[in-house]
Design a protein around this ligand. Structure first.
Ligand SMILES: [Zn+2]
Length: 375
């Protein structure tokens, strides 16, 4: 049994003894709650388990870092450190994470997650950046930790990348992206979601227009669908999932740029979509797990970038790269309708998993609230 802080333990116990709270929290479909809206269910929020202002931090590399031991304590997970604090493992229940000194690559719940900053060993202990703790690690290990609960998503916005004169990496990208979105739509509708496509024809749209459609349609989750390409590389294959970079963090690609600094790939202020970083990470994990697992595709990681299509969003959003059209083997698969159907099914399953994670987080919050008021 991992060490658990009293509040977290209480929430686990309450979740176990108060399962009836689960269904009661589903909002009426006629009264959609907006993120941060006045009708946000304050009563079902957990009792501020992570007032981040109180997280003990230390300056490393000029940034706020949190010890993995503190992360474990906050999230109620067992921490095992080895190699004099150069490696650490967090584990508890069905979740686990592995972190390494001087490395942005983490393994979280079996998936490759590229952090915004490298983990750092100091004084025999491993530390992670506070932003990574709050916006990349906590959401994947404890969805809903330290943030307001969100209602179950009603409207899913699928954004087939490119279109019209913008064909993407090749004419196939815009065509396959639209085909996958059209295949995913009925699967999601069958699961009870309302589905909006930003385009349902071979037409071009500006990036801000795509996010604008999502905002106008009061989308609850946004998925931009793409296929990848690498010039003069016919071998690299696999899937990638992106969320918008938190303020002050470099895009993943900046780290591998030989001339770091020419373009910092960094934005200093919060963009609209950054209000949803926590749930975007949870959404990314749902899709990431299904794309890697159900397609048996190589895991090229969950990364951050400054995609213009995500920046203006009023809801959680991700951009997915469903495979490489420059990989001879993967392109052959993607060219078949059967494989594109599998991609669509993985996307639909990932969104269903995301909705289930929101349900579970609300149920935990409701259980804590019921316990707090003695009901
Ligand atoms: Zn693309």
């Amino acid at each position: 049994m991992p060490p658990a802080p009293p509040r977290f333990l209480a929430s686990v116990l309450l979740a176990l003894i108060a399962p009836a709270a689960t269904g009661a929290e589903a909002p009426a479909r006629s009264a959609p709650m907006r993120p941060g809206g006045s009708n946000s269910p304050a009563a079902v929020q957990p009792p501020a388990p992570s007032s981040s202002a109180t997280v003990a931090t230390r300056k490393l590399r000029g940034l706020d870092y949190v010890s993995v031991a503190e992360v474990g304590k906050r999230l109620g997970l067992a921490v095992t450190e080895s190699e004099r604090g150069r490696k650490a493992r967090l584990a508890g229940g069905k979740v686990e994470a592995e972190l390494t000194h001087d490395d942005r690559d983490a393994t979280i719940n079996g998936l490759r997650v590229v952090l915004g900053e490298p983990a750092q060993a100091s004084g025999g202990q491993l530390f992670v950046s506070r932003v990574d703790f709050e916006r990349a690690i906590a959401p994947l290990l404890r969805p809903g930790f330290g943030v307001p609960a969100r209602p179950r998503p009603r409207t899913i916005v699928l954004d087939p990348g490119h279109g019209g004169r913008d064909q993407g990496t090749s004419v196939n990208e815009k065509t396959y992206a639209l085909d996958v979105a059209r295949r995913a739509k009925p699967l999601l509708e069958a699961a009870g979601f309302r589905v909006v496509l930003t385009r349902d024809a071979d037409v071009g749209l500006e990036l801000f227009e795509r996010a604008g459609i999502a905002n106008q349609q009061r989308g609850d989750a946004f998925v931009s669908i793409h296929f990848n390409a690498l010039p003069s590389d016919t071998v690299t294959s696999g899937v990638q999932v992106f969320t918008f970079a938190p303020a002050g963090q470099h895009a993943a690609e900046w780290w591998s740029t030989p001339m770091r600094g020419a373009d910092p790939h960094l934005e200093k202020s919060e963009m609209p979509v950054n209000r949803h970083d926590h749930w975007s990470a949870v959404l990314a994990q749902g899709l990431h797990r299904r794309l890697v697992g159900d397609l048996k595709a190589a895991d090229r990681g969950k990364k951050i970038a400054h995609w213009g299509v995500l920046r203006p969003l009023d809801c959680p959003g991700v951009l997915i790269e469903c495979g490489f059209l420059t990989s001879a083997a993967e392109a052959r698969k993607i060219s078949t309708p059967a494989y594109r159907q599998k991609i669509a099914e993985a996307i639909a399953a990932g969104l269903r998993d995301y909705a289930a994670a929101l349900d579970a987080a609300r149920a935990r919050g409701a259980a804590v609230a019921a316990g707090a008021t003695g009901k």
